[in-house]
Design a binder for this molecule. Sequence first.
Ligand code: PEP
Ligand code: MG
Length: 537
Amino acid sequence: MKKGIGLPVFSGVAIGPAVVYRKAQRTLPVPSGDPAVEKAKFEAAVETAREQLTALFEKAKVEIGEEQAAIVEVQLMMLDDLDYLDGVNLAIDNGSAAAIAALDTGEEIAEVFAAMDDEYMNARSADIRDMSHRIYDILCGNTGFTLPEGSFLLVAEDLAPSETIQLPRERILAFVTRQGSSSSHTAILARTLNIPSLVQSDISFDDAEDCKILAVDGFTGTWYADPDEETMDMLLAKQKEAQAARNALEAYRGKESITRSGKKILLVANIGCPEDAEAAVKADAEGVGLMRSEFLYLGRDTLPSEEELFEAYRKVAEIMGDRPVVIRTLDIGADKQVDYMGLEKEENPALGLRGLRICLTREEIFRPQLRAIYRASAYGNLNMMFPMVASVWELKAAKALCSKVRAELEEEGIATKDVPIGVMVETPAAAVLAHELAKESAFFSVGTNDLTQYTLAVDRQNAKLGEFYDPYHPALLALLAHIAKAANDNGIWAGICGELGADPKLQEKFIEMGYTELSMAAGRILESRKLVCESEV
Ligand code: PEP
Ligand code: MG
């Protein structure tokens, strides 16, 4: 048995086989110099790509839906495109190696598509690029990331949101990453999925690959490779105990979240997609306090269409019914990157073009999202908030666009409802200006993950800064009290949707400060309700 430690981000015990997630690494094969050999390699790679895409198509149809499946189908058809095949063979005849010929020809055709005056053809440029990259990867020996059957614990250096979105969530028993922090998105996903996980762990990929069974104790932050009998007994006993504690919390299901002195608190869930909304209902959440819209934009090659966004928001609205839902508009940037928006690489992405800043400078991105939200508003109880607000003018500009979009929809005869607009308070500037912002807002929801990062000037992603990322810092608590007071003075409600919202050491303090909504991973709702119901404040 081998063991080590990590920073636990969700309690519980997981036991099972380990899978190591490695980032794609490509090594260009040495060219043979013989066009016939290169052409044969290319042909074989096309056939492998066909097998991969066919399998993906079948999976997409069942798991992701017809629209995404259609994208895969287009790529399958492109494998037989004569312009592409002839182009690659010609490049090989002219001396190119198969891998380079496949990539360059794909790029040339993609550029022609991108330059066409036709939206449909423009979108196809991403498809041809994706397809030719796949062939290139195959020729470079990068077979991608293959998952075993059944459930497993995922070991990785770190996971970007664009990577986690492609994982089969229901089969992951735990995350064990070597990097990451307690507010990184791997940690947030672990809490959403209710799975015990460790970040900043000292596990090596060899440790994980050499063992038959990996176990994670999310209570103590320990991992065990091939646990011995005594350890296994201890872990199984803990697992049983955790299950019993979860069962005991069932007594709070369906109860109102109200303190002994009569303060009503709304306990709501953080979600990223319609499936999470279903999990929120199952977990007895009283609504959604944060829908991270950017998850609808990650793990794909093109911007989602207004229709796709509308469908996702409509589903969430319908699943939640009368319960309030707060949709956060797109928060791309910093650790959540997508290639297709053409955003430049930045020295300091956390201080760069992210969140509302992108939306205000790229109206063609923002407008379809706002249209989708207003269209979906007719199906439930939607609210919306903007991330990364630092100035009152930003809020006013975004609200003005909202009014315009809503008026346009009404003119088009599309029914909309009023969507209360709030501010996600996550910059120190917004916190300090809370009294002014409150005059323009229907509510505040505090993003404590970023507010901690920006107030303390500590990168939330940097594992080495652990102890300096202190969410109990008096400066942060002073800002939180100030925000709640500004909201109460102006008659609007305030909530907390960062990870701190579920912190049992602070929840009572937040209620005392005047917060009336706490938003968290769905799995934390019942234990938070117990705390609220037992609280005297
Ligand atoms: C936050 O910053 O606290 C927050 C909830 O948003 P995100 O973690 O997505 O940046
Ligand atoms: Mg944030």
